[in-house]
Design a protein around this ligand. Structure first.
Ligand code: ZN
Length: 345
């Protein structure tokens, strides 16, 4: 092993990322060293690339970016048990504290001291990643590396979709980005009746229909009420999964839900967003904010579902060797792609 590696770094306070040579990270007694094989480009990485207000106040300059990865354990600290050199793995990119009430109650995903790899701490867009052994998720043989590299966003989709019981329910998903599309596949896999996914981007809706057995609706062209009538839905949708952060989509969702409907919110509105709260009160709607993945219950469920027929591979629309990372980011920024995977091997 050489002691230098390639890494995609936020080197300057402007648009872009830069490939640099960095030392391979040193690991502590409770860490493993992972050789990265594949990484996924996330919407978060696009914010960092674009260097928008959020990125500028969150991400330290010089940081190695990236948090969606699959790789192989090549070294481990002296305290690490139960993991072997050569083990293929992905991992939870949220590094949690152990002091908070939530952590001590085992609700690790609710720890307020969480730090994210590739956002606050050195990330996975690199030849090697240091990760606490606690965060490692071994990959079974049937999950290939490129699917391993998108388990982080699939985990967002699974966490959101499994927020409420979907068996026999009619589900509305607003926002046909990769996470919305994968949430549609999950909803169908766990037994939802109708899954309708809305967007205004035809390419994304076409991809949704290709990946999952869902009804794509372009709300710029079609009225959701007509779709509901066509599907013979008596009252409305039972569950809404909001993935867009778009205010019009949220309004549409509240209108399209049954009395007593439930909404899981993953999409992030820009700034403060006006909400018709009285409508939500009078419809007796339950709203749940969703952040990250349940550590490690979501990981367990998603791997079990992938082993049991859930297939999201087609959401990966583009693959690039890492030296062509600019092409990967360009296609992501075009809004005309599903997941984009970079190959580091
Ligand atoms: Zn991500």
């Amino acid at each position: 092993m050489t002691n230098e590696m390639k890494a995609l770094v936020k080197a300057k306070p402007e648009v872009g990322l830069w490939m640099e040579h960095r030392p391979v990270p040193e690991i502590g007694p409770d860490d493993v060293l992972i050789r990265i094989r594949k990484t996924g480009i996330c919407g978060t990485d696009i914010h960092i690339w674009n260097w928008d207000d959020w990125a500028a106040k969150t991400v330290p300059l010089g940081l190695i970016t990236g948090h969606e990865f699959a790789g192989e354990i090549v070294d481990k600290g002296r305290n690490v048990e139960g993991l072997a050199i050569g083990q293929r793995c992905s991992g939870e990119g949220h590094l949690i504290g152990r002091q908070s009430r939530q952590s001590r109650a085992g609700k690790f995903h609710l720890d307020p001291a969480t730090r994210g790899i590739g956002v606050n701490e050195p990330g996975a867009f690199a030849g090697y990643l240091r990760l606490p052994a606690f965060n490692v998720v071994p990959l079974p043989d049937e999950i290939e590396d490129e699917v391993g590299a998108i388990l982080d966003p699939l985990g967002n989709a699974v966490h959101t979709a499994l927020s409420f019981d979907l068996v026999g329910e009619d589900v509305l998903i607003t926002g046909a980005g990769p996470i919305g599309i994968m949430a549609g596949a999950v909803a169908r896999h766990v037994g939802a009746r109708h899954v309708v996914i809305t967007d205004v981007n035809p390419a994304r809706l076409a991809l949704a229909a290709e990946v999952a057995d869902v009804v794509p609706v372009n709300v710029a062209q079609e009225d959701l009420r007509d779709v509901m009538a066509r599907l013979k839905m008596a009252q409305g949708f039972d569950v809404g999964l909001e993935m867009s952060g778009n205010q019009a989509a949220m309004d549409q969702m509240v209108e399209a839900l049954v009395m007593g409907g439930r909404i899981a919110l993953l999409g992030i509105p820009p700034g403060k967003s006006p909400v018709d709260w009285s409508r939500i009160v009078f419809k007796a709607i339950t709203i749940k904010g969703v952040y990250g993945r349940e550590i490690f219950e979501t990981w367990y469920k998603m791997i079990a579902m992938l082993q049991n027929g859930l297939d999201v591979r087609r959401v990966i629309t583009h693959r690039f060797p890492v030296d062509q990372f600019r092409d990967g980011f360009e296609v992501m920024r075009s809004g005309k792609s599903g997941k984009v995977v970079l190959d580091w091997s």
